[in-house]
Design a protein around this ligand. Structure first.
Ligand code: 4UV
Length: 543
């Protein structure tokens, strides 16, 4: 059975590009605020934002020899220049590939090489890592541009900032027209996701995919009447992740809202900013909801303007929704989506969140779904559990240079297989009940077990290894390694944890610990049987 969205289908334009959808013509002269820096309080109007997008778009061609469909990587925490880079590249007809600013040299180099990035925009705070990674993959020095002036003297040649290259250029930007085919088929964004299995892959998201999701979100909100133009939103979710990228760098501007940009989540700055900037809506992830529900500091604050919060990227415990409501009088909406679906497919609105707090809600407009028994490939009966398959205009084009992984998750009918186990009730409410895929989510960030396993196997004492997620109240899940040592070698769990710590971003650290085992359970074809490890681990935890 194919489930259809109760909200029907919105007509999605096929010939408009992202720039014209997100920035209506009137915004070119608008003094309304588009961006606020949560730390310095600097404000950027729509007019200023659009001027800086145009100036950078022109400088890309004039000063950096940029060509259509070149890939531009961004390695930075959230910053008020971030949306300028994203939209300048899109307007110039390029592809943006945003990377997690906490990546190690190896992790960043992997993404730069795999995506084929030719340019790298970097925040000075992470310049050292960026330079080492850029050197590894051969990105030219002159193609490395800083988002901001460094606050300390950085060794090496002086590097140009966005403002410098934009101000130095006097040549107007060429008019880049994208054809319908380019809008619908060319990858314009390349965020990284491991999908259902293996190493991170470049998710080829077209301009049409993001326009579709902006449109779907809009159509849904008009029906649920929850968001109003003139709202002030928070941009605290990382812009390198598809959730933060689309809601904070696209949907907010499209809805003429101001976005308060947070370089990181710091509770004191967060609560002060909610008050100071009259924030009315906040896209968040479960750890922020947890802090809003439980942190004693919140006792001293009131947020009279805050009307809604939306949590996504990982499960949110129903008791947190109730606790936030009781404490702040605000209902946390829930959103569900994936990098591969650009990103949202399901939303749980405030009007339903207290009644169905363990649900991910309803399909948004234009989404169709099947719930399928993964063993038989047949639809399950309504109310039974199965893998969620979704179809819609927001489903990615595919994985970059990886036809096999694409074919494994997008079938001939264009249904995308999410790797999440769900069920749906008689009201059309969806519930996530398990995860079929390997993925671990720590604080909403992806931890691909295959990546950690590959690093573990580089350790001279390790013969075999498997990594699973262990439940954790603060992080949702934390990675835990099962390790088989080579015969007659000695090695401690601390040594292994430190070995991994040196190679990966903080969210991938083995916070769930290391367990030494005699063998890793595997199927006849050599696949790690993670379910067995997860069940054993949960049983051991209960002892
Ligand atoms: O690929 P990814 O890292 O993508 C995301 C995107 C999340 C969202 C959520 C709400 C939005 O409004 C939005 O714009 C984007 O996380 O990871 C995808 C996997 O994360 C889990 C699930 O296993 C997906 O396959 N996940 C995402 N949202 C939820 C979730 C949720 N609300 N509840 C439980 N698991």
């Amino acid at each position: 059975m194919i489930y259809q969205s109760k909200f029907g289908a919105a007509a999605i334009p096929e010939t408009l590009d992202v720039h014209s959808v997100v920035f209506s013509k009137d915004k070119y002269n608008s003094s309304s605020t588009a961006l606020i820096d949560a730390v310095s309080g600097t404000r950027v109007s729509f007019k200023q934002l659009l001027q800086s997008i145009d100036a950078l778009s022109a400088a890309l061609y004039a000063s950096l020899a940029f060509k259509k469909w070149n890939v531009v990587a961004i390695f930075s925490p959230n910053h008020i220049q971030y949306p300028t880079i994203v939209h300048a590249v899109l307007k110039a007809g390029g592809t943006v590939s945003p990377a997690n600013p906490s990546y190690s040299v190896n992790e960043l180099a992997f993404q730069l090489k795999d995506s084929g990035a030719k340019y790298l925009f970097v925040h000075p705070a992470v310049l050292e890592t960026a330079l080492a990674a850029a050197q590894k993959v051969g990105i030219a020095e002159k193609n490395i541009i800083l988002l901001d002036e460094p606050s300390v003297v950085v060794p090496g040649p002086s590097r140009r900032t966005i403002n410098q290259i934009s101000a130095a250029n006097k040549v107007p930007a060429p008019v880049v027209k994208l054809t319908r085919e380019e809008i619908m088929q060319r990858p314009a964004y390349m965020c990284y996701s491991s999908g259902t299995t293996g190493l991170p892959k470049g998710v080829e998201t077209t301009q049409y995919n993001v326009i579709a999701n902006t449109w779907q979100y809009d159509a849904y909100q008009k029906k649920s009447r929850e968001v109003m133009a003139g709202d002030v939103w928070t941009g605290v979710l990382p812009f390198f992740h598809i959730y933060g990228m689309v809601v904070s760098c696209h949907i907010g501007f499209h809805q003429s809202c101001a976005v308060v940009v947070f370089p990181k989540f710091d509770l004191t700055n967060w609560v002060n900013s909610l008050v100071k900037y009259n924030v009315s809506g906040a896209h968040i992830a479960p750890p922020i909801a947890l802090a809003m529900a439980k942190h004693p500091m919140l006792d001293d604050y009131k947020f009279p303007k805050l009307r809604w919060m939306m949590s996504g990227a990982a499960p949110l415990a129903p008791e947190i929704i109730h606790a936030v409501h009781k404490r702040l009088g605000v209902v946390v909406n829930v959103g569900y989506g994936l990098t591969e679906t650009s990103p949202v497919t399901h939303l749980l609105p405030a009007s339903l969140a207290l009644k169905y707090p363990n649900s991910i809600g309803l399909m948004i407009p234009n989404i169709e779904a099947r719930i399928v028994n993964p063993d038989t490939g047949k639809d399950v009966e309504q109310g039974q559990e199965g893998e969620l398959w979704v179809r819609g205009p927001n489903v990615m084009k595919g994985y970059h240079n990886n036809a096999k992984a694409t074919a494994d998750c997008i079938d001939k009918d264009r249904f995308f297989h999410t790797g999440d186990i769900v069920k749906v009730d008689e009201n059309g409410m969806f519930y996530i009940v398990d995860r079929l895929k390997e993925l671990i989510k720590c604080k909403g960030f992806q931890v691909p077990p295959a990546e950690l396993e590959a690093y573990l196997l580089e350790h001279p004492a390790i013969a075999d290894a498997a990594v699973i997620g262990r439940s954790d109240e603060a992080c949702g899940e934390v990675p835990r390694a099962f390790v088989v040592l080579k015969p007659n070698v000695k090695c401690t769990d601390t040594e292994i944890i430190e070995f991994i710590d040196a190679k990966v971003a903080p969210h991938k650290k083995l916070r769930g610990g290391v367990e030494f085992v005699a063998e890793i359970p595997k199927s006849a074809s050599g696949k790690i049987l993670r379910r067995i490890l997860r069940t054993q681990d949960a049983a051991n935890l209960k002892k």
